[in-house]
Each structure stands twice: as C-alpha cells, then as structure tokens.
Design a protein around this ligand. Structure first.
Ligand SMILES: [Zn+2]
Length: 293
C-alpha cells in the first residue's frame, strides 16, 4: 500500500515537473531549479475547487503547498438547487466576489440547471473569471431536474434502454452548450455508476464528436477531471486533434483540491502545450459577455 502511494506521488511529481517544462518558455532560472528539484511551480491550475467544508484561507494554504493555483467555483443558480452554499442573486454574488478579491485564485462559479443566468445581471456575471458547468443534472420523466449521480435518479429518469438514454444524454450536453453562456464543461463524459464500467460502449466516437464539435462551436473548454479520471484517452485524443481547449479539475473539497494526478498524466500523454489550455478570457471575451442568452 505504502509503495503504491509513493509511486503515485512520484508519478504525479514527475508529471508536474514535465508539465512545468512544457509551460515555461523561456525558462527562468527559478523555474529550471524547481524542475531539477522536482517541485511543482504555479503552472497548473485546478479550475474546479469547492470551498464547501473549508475556508478560503485553508484552500490558499493548500494551493501554496501544492504549487497549484485554484479556481474557486461556488454553486450558483435558483434556490431550487440544493447545495450547502448557493449563490442566487447579485448581492450574494457580489459578496462572494469581494471575498475572493485580491487573493491568489481565479473567481468562478459552478452553474446549476439551465436557468442560472437569470439570477444575475450580466454586469455581475462579467466580474467572474469564468463559469463552469456540467451535464450531470438531467431532465427527468416529468421534466424535473434530476441529479443523475443520486440513488433516486434511476426512478426519475428512463434508463431502461441504456443506448437510447445515452443518445438523450449526449443531446443534453449539446443543448446546454448551445444555450448557456459558460466557459468550461466539467466532468466531461461522466456516466451513471451502472454504465461506467462499459464507458467505451457508450462513449462512441460519434458521440464524442458531438460534444467536441459543440465545444469548438461555442468556445467551451473541456475539463480533464482528476476526480472521475475522465474523459479517457480516446476522447481526449479526438478533442485535441480537433483543437479544443482543456482545463484541469479536481472537483475537490478540502483537502482534495489541487490533486490533479490524472489531469497531469493525460496532459503528458497528449503532450499538451500552453496553447491547448484554457485561460480565463479577457474582459469583453468571457462567455457571459460574448454569448447571446
Ligand atoms: Zn463541482
């Protein structure tokens, strides 16, 4: 067990160091020294960090320790969404933005359901660095929002024909991407537990391409998720060839934020360069500013 853990740590450090090499051009002597000693530098960003059971100060401490900058994503949407903390109006959003102001983090939200943008003014949303969402909340038989990862999902969503569900699920991805002004699609290619073992059977190349094409069309980055270890390499390879941008995400609550082993491993396998990576858009080019909704 101990051996396995230290090997993982070693691989993670190796991947981080190699990524640091890819991300620093030209190399400063400090960076070169950091690489030689195997230390991570502030090259990788974890754009999917939740503060749920922690504080910003504790997260910042971890960020420094791990040498990884964090993008904080509080859940945001109407009060019908159930989360420990939920931003539902401009005032709550402004308080959140003020809390993050001047700290070494990116300011993001994880947008909920399809109507989140109606809760806030465009001006307030534009003060965020980015908006992240996923496709894991899905319309049930009566059109109600269903969290697909919960136990009751099996009763509320018709999954009797898994391939047919999969077609609807992929369409759901493209609908979200077409309608909502967000920057990062998180938890890409996630599947309900009953389907995950046969991931390849469900995420066929044509389905991958639908999501990839929508990402390109709407300028949305695809997250390489270290919590779910998804998408798998064939999906990422297609996405890279198509010219999609990627972000890294731990979906981490304390103390798991900044654990990017899988993301960094995939970045190495794909030989990702800075140009392949998502970076928050400059003012005027953020999704909430350039998209119609
Ligand atoms: Zn999340």
């Amino acid at each position: 067990m101990t051996i396995a853990i230290s090997r993982r740590r070693f691989l993670s450090r190796a991947a981080t160091a190699s990524l640091a090499a890819a991300f620093s051009s030209p190399l400063t002597s400090a960076r070169a020294a950091a690489q030689r000693s195997g230390e991570a530098e502030f090259h990788a960003v974890d754009f999917h960090v939740h503060l749920d059971n922690s504080t910003l100060d504790k997260a910042l401490e971890l960020s420094r320790e791990r040498g990884i900058k964090f993008g904080i994503v509080e859940h945001a949407g109407t009060k019908e969404n159930q989360y420990p903390t939920l931003l539902s109006n401009d005032e709550e959003m402004r308080r959140y933005l003020a809390m993050l102001e001047g700290k070494h983090v990116f300011k993001g939200i994880q947008a909920e359901w399809t109507d989140w943008m109606t809760c806030f003014s465009r001006e307030t949303l534009a003060q965020l660095d980015y908006v992240l969402t996923d496709a894991m909340t899905f319309p049930g038989k009566d059109g109600q929002r269903v969290k697909l990862w919960t136990q009751e999902a099996a009763q509320l969503v018709d999954m009797s024909d898994k391939q047919a569900f999969m077609d609807r699920f992929v369409d759901w991805h493209t609908q979200i991407m077409a309608r909502e002004p967000f920057d990062i699609l998180a938890n890409v290619s996630w599947l309900p537990a009953s389907m995950l073992e046969q991931w390849e059977l469900y995420w066929t190349p044509p389905r991958m391409k639908k999501v990839i094409n929508a990402a390109l069309e709407y300028g949305i980055a695809l997250e390489i998720s270290s919590s779910y270890k998804l998408p798998r390499l064939p999906f990422l390879t297609l996405a890279k060839a198509a010219g999609v941008k990627f972000s890294f995400g731990s979906n981490g609550r304390y103390p798991n934020m900044g654990k990017l082993d899988y993301s960094l491993q995939m970045a190495k396998e794909l030989d990702l360069k800075p140009a392949d990576m998502f970076a928050p858009a400059p003012d005027g080019r953020k999704a909430v500013q350039r998209r119609k909704y």
